[in-house]
Design a protein around this ligand. Sequence first.
Ligand SMILES: *Cc1c(COP(=O)(O)O)cnc(C)c1O
Length: 369
Amino acid sequence: MYIPFVDLKLQYQNIKSEIDNALNQVLSDTAFIGGKHVNEFEKKFENIYGVKHCISVANGTDSLYIIMKMLGIGIGDEVITSAYSWISSSETISQTGAKPVFVDIDEYFTIDVDLIESHINAKTKAILPVHIHGQVCQMDKILSIAKKHNLYVIEDCAQAHFSEFNKYKTGLMGVAGSFSFYPGKNLGAYGDAGCIITNNDDLALKCRMYARHGALRKHQHLIEGINSRLDGIQAAILNVKLKNIIEWTNGRIKNSFLYKKYLSHIKEIELPIVRNNTVHTFHLYVIKTEKRDELMDFLLNNQIETSVHYPISLPNMIAYEYLKLNKDNFPNAIKNESRILSLPMYPELTEDQIKYIASKISTFFGYEN
Ligand SMILES: *Cc1c(COP(=O)(O)O)cnc(C)c1O
């Protein structure tokens, strides 16, 4: 039994006729940039998320940058984010001219809220929590710290479509939420794509304008902006996939329970834990073990692909050497580098496959199956 880390082919096979029809429709409409499929996507995402504004953009990195830029964050400012994320979360802070300030993570892989306040100073303008792996950050604490110090909260939801904290969906708790529809994300296009959501009318208008060369109407450039647009083909694909997204999300959650059922007896590994009163949507299923590299090789020899997200934490990246950080401040993020392992996780994964993966992990640690 060969089990790939992700299986985008299988998902495509399951919805092939709908996807192919949607693509043909875009071609016959020649609605390549903007146009009806993009408008339809924005409306659909607003409805399914229960939000006033969805601004589609080219990817989930631009969305972060545009939000911060339009909030007026720039040179001389600081933005606090997690030491453990994809580099988009911090490189976009630098893109605005501001300085990224890293904070270590807790046992849920998300920013440690008890460490945030000691990093706040007169330059701090915002907190950028990352809902990593589909796990929501401790948002009640983050929101109250932000309120106390008059800071914006910008949610990086690239890995957490439809995750919830106390019934609030990701992206709706801060001033804005940033989403990626990179192909491997829980909701993925067939190329780069992303969006911004917000209930703030003024911010929505500014973001839309900035992402479209500073113009809301053709040739009426009120400011200089950038070119960050969702194309029609990606929008049409996302429109098809939105019909299945809740079912797929539930499939991931179900598979997390199956992993727990079949892996709980293995003392040598730590399974992911889910924060209380939240919905974790399992973009990734990340276990921890001291024997990470050996286990990874063993599983590959048994036809099971795994991956590491991420082998280098942000403070350890060469890109951030210039910040001259004291690495002792990020013990959890750095300790994870050699211990974390992402197991295959997608809605199409079957119970038999999960049982097979678990039995191999069990064998590796010397348990009888
Ligand atoms: C994927 C990702 C992004 C960036 O999304 P792109 O669409 O690839 O630009 C940002 N933040 C996190 C946490 C991500 O996982």
